[in-house]
Design a protein around this ligand. Structure first.
Ligand SMILES: O=C(O)[C@@H](CO)OP(=O)(O)O
Length: 248
C-alpha cells in the first residue's frame, strides 16, 4: 500500500480578494502562511516524512511547500517543479472579482466557467499583458502549447502525462510523495484517481492548506482518501470555496 499526499496552497492574496487567479503569480496572505505551517504540523503529527515533493511554477504553491518542509524539518528533500501542476489557466477572467463576474454574467455562467469539465473561460487575446509568453519559467513551452484559457479537461490532459511519467515511477519506487498544487490542478488529479464522472467533479471543491491523504493499492487505485484535521472545519472550508462564485 502506498500513501500519497495532495495539498492545495494556503490562502493567496487573490483568494482573499476573491479574484480569478489561474496562472497569475500571487503571494500567500499571512493566513495562507499560517495554513501552510499548520498543514506541516498536521503531517508531522500524522507521521509523514516525505522523500520527494512535486509542485508548480507558482509561488503560492512553492512557498506553501517551503513552510511545510520547514515544519517537517525536511528542507533537504528533492523538489521538482512543473508548469503541468500549475493552476488551471483562467484566460481572460484572470484578475476579475468572482462575485462581480457572477453579478454581471449570472451565477450559472460563472459556475460553468469555474466547475464544468469542458466549458473553457474566454481566452486571452494576442498582445494581452497577462499572457506572459516571454516569462523565463515557461521557456520550454512552445508558443502553441502555451494556454490562453483552460477548461478542467485541458488541465487533466496536461497534468496526466507528468503524473504517469514523473510521479507514478517515484511512488512505485516506494518514495513517500507530496504534491503541492492548486484547487483545479488537484481536482484534475482527483478526477482521474477516483474515476469521477464529468458531472461528479463539478461538486468537488478543495480547501486551501488542508492535507488530503490518498491510500493507494499496488495498481495505484485509491482504497481510502481523507483530509487531515477537523471534518466539520474542512466541510465548511469546501463550502466556502463553492460560494466564491455567488453574486455578492
Ligand atoms: O481563481 C483560481 O485560480 C481558482 C483557485 O483559486 O479559483 P476557483 O476555485 O474559482 O476555480
Amino acid at each position: 500500500m502506498y500513501k500519497l499526499v495532495l495539498l492545495r496552497h494556503g490562502e493567496s492574496v487573490w483568494n482573499l480578494e476573491n479574484r480569478f487567479t489561474g496562472w497569475t503569480d500571487v503571494a500567500l496572505t499571512e493566513r495562507g502562511r499560517a495554513e501552510a505551517r499548520r498543514a506541516g504540523r498536521q503531517l508531522r503529527e500524522a507521521g509523514f516524512a516525505f522523500d520527494i515533493a512535486y509542485t508548480s511554477m507558482l509561488k503560492r504553491a512553492i512557498h506553501t511547500l517551503w513552510l511545510v518542509q520547514e515544519e517537517l524539518e525536511r528542507e533537504w528533500i528533492p523538489v521538482e517543479h512543473s508548469w503541468r501542476l500549475n493552476e488551471r489557466h483562467y484566460g481572460a477572467l484572470q484578475g476579475l472579482n468572482k462575485a462581480e463576474t457572477a453579478a454581471e454574467f449570472g451565477e450559472e455562467q460563472v459556475t460553468a466557467w469555474r466547475r464544468s469539465y469542458d466549458v473553457p473561460p474566454p481566452p486571452l487575446e494576442d498582445g494581452d499583458a497577462r499572457l506572459g509568453l516571454d516569462d523565463p519559467r515557461y521557456a520550454d513551452l512552445a508558443p502553441a502549447e502555451f494556454p490562453r484559457a483552460e477548461c478542467l479537461k485541458d488541465t487533466v490532459e496536461r497534468f496526466l502525462p507528468y503524473w504517469h511519467e514523473a510521479i507514478v515511477p517515484t511512488i512505485r519506487a516506494g518514495k513517500s510523495t507530496l504534491i503541492v498544487a492548486h484547487g483545479n490542478s488537484l481536482r484534475a488529479l482527483v478526477k482521474y484517481l477516483d474515476g469521477l464522472s464529468d458531472a461528479a467533479i463539478v461538486d468537488v471543491n478543495i480547501p486551501t492548506g488542508v492535507p488530503l491523504v490518498y491510500e493507494l493499492d499496488a495498481d495505484l487505485k485509491p482504497t481510502a482518501r481523507y483530509y487531515l484535521g477537523d471534518a466539520a472545519e474542512v466541510a465548511a472550508a469546501m463550502e466556502g470555496v463553492a460560494r466564491q462564485g455567488r453574486a455578492a
